[in-house]
Design a protein. Structure first.
Length: 368
């Protein structure tokens, strides 16, 4: 009963932490590529080996350290070391005997994030990783099991080993990993490890199965900087069609050119993107030319995201990033930053209703 309460409290604490972290996640405007990255992790929890003895009486603590990398949103690998305490038991008619030993397992694991294969969830902060790996288990300090055989005067533990015992380790498991921010994530993992039949000093004519359940944290690093796509500027345009001088007619008064006093341009983006795409660069050039021909004009760039994908926190980042990308491109084109105001509506306002058209940064300039 105590073990069940422990796991219930552990799971509740993890859920509360994940919920709280969703409010504090801050990746800025994602000026880095989220994949690939490397990580180091620490975990702690409980382990037991399946046997004919009372499982609740042979559960012990366990700890792990890992180093690895996620090459893409869906595929990663790690080197994982786990140990260091094990316990077994033997039920006899007169009394129960328990014995302790030590072990450590070193594994190479493949990590497959199921959600990473679903395009609409590629920016979801939760990863559901299937773990599969192979490694080497080393066990030692099995004196307690050998002492039981000597005490009872017979080999009741038929496979009690001495010295150091080496065994293969085949692992399958699942890990839920939640991204807190750019560098930190927290996880909960459960694994089943297939070991040599003699691992727990008992013979069952099949591999021994060790079950581990752990929670932990990982530090992420090694991100690549996202290249900034600067717009290819065309030659400056002195005036728009509306600004050109009217044709002079010999018998009519000269008409002074009338300048366009307001301009709106919609710069559209792909899903989960904040960089100005090549197809939208001409709009940026038009804006730069108009701002130069209207030196007293000021402008507002408002970023939007569609409510049909992602979550509010991520969409707020995308909307802000889109507005800032457009503003930066205009400033890089020679327009004073004091003339540009940046605003963001996240996914709370969908200016055109349609999801695709709502991934947009809207430029509105006005002549003062």
């Amino acid at each position: 009963m105590k073990i069940k309460k422990f796991y219930a409290m552990l799971l509740m604490a993890l859920c509360v932490s994940m919920t709280a972290s969703a409010q504090t996640e801050d990746d800025g405007d994602l000026d880095y590529k989220p994949y690939p990255y490397m990580f180091v992790g620490l975990q702690g929890g409980m382990q037991t080996t399946l046997t004919n003895y009372s499982q609740s009486d042979i559960i012990t603590g366990t700890a792990s350290a890992s180093f690895g990398a996620m090459f893409t949103r869906a595929i990663g690998a790690r080197f994982h070391v786990n140990g260091a305490w094990g316990k077994g038991g033997l039920a006899q008619s007169d009394r129960d005997y328990r014995y302790d030993y030590n072990y450590i397992t070193a594994n190479i694991d493949l990590m497959l994030n199921v959600l990473g294969f679903i395009p609409s969830l590629r920016n979801f902060p939760l990863s559901t990783n299937i773990i599969a790996g192979i490694g080497l288990n080393t066990a030692w300090n099995n004196d307690d099991a050998c002492d039981i055989n000597r005490t009872l005067g017979r080999d009741v533990l038929t496979d009690a080993w001495t010295g150091t015992k080496f065994s293969h380790n085949l692992r399958v498991g699942v890990m839920l990993d939640y991204k807190i921010n750019k560098h930190w994530s927290m996880n909960i993992e459960a694994d089943a490890n297939s070991l040599h039949d003699r691992f727990n000093s008992k013979r069952s004519d099949c591999d021994d199965w060790q079950i581990t359940a752990q929670v932990g944290f990982a530090y992420r690093f090694g991100y690549k900087k996202k290249p900034h796509t600067a717009p290819v500027l065309i030659a400056p345009v002195e005036e728009f069609e509306e600004d050109r001088e009217a044709e002079v007619v010999t018998d009519a008064p000269v008409v002074q050119p009338k300048k366009l006093e307001q301009l709106q341009k919609d710069v559209f983006f792909s899903i989960a993107k904040t960089d100005v795409e090549a197809s939208e660069v001409s709009k940026i050039n038009d804006v730069i030319a108009w701002m130069k021909s209207h030196p007293t004009a000021t402008a507002t760039v408002t970023g939007h995201a569609d409510a049909g994908t992602g979550n509010k926190e991520k969409n707020a980042e995308y909307a802000r990033g889109r507005a800032e990308s457009v503003a930066k491109a205009i400033i890089d084109g020679g327009i004073d930053a004091s003339r540009i105001k940046v605003d963001s509506k996240g996914d709370t306002v969908m200016p055109y209703g349609d999801n695709e058209k709502s991934r947009v940064a809207i430029f509105v300039g006005e002549e003062k």
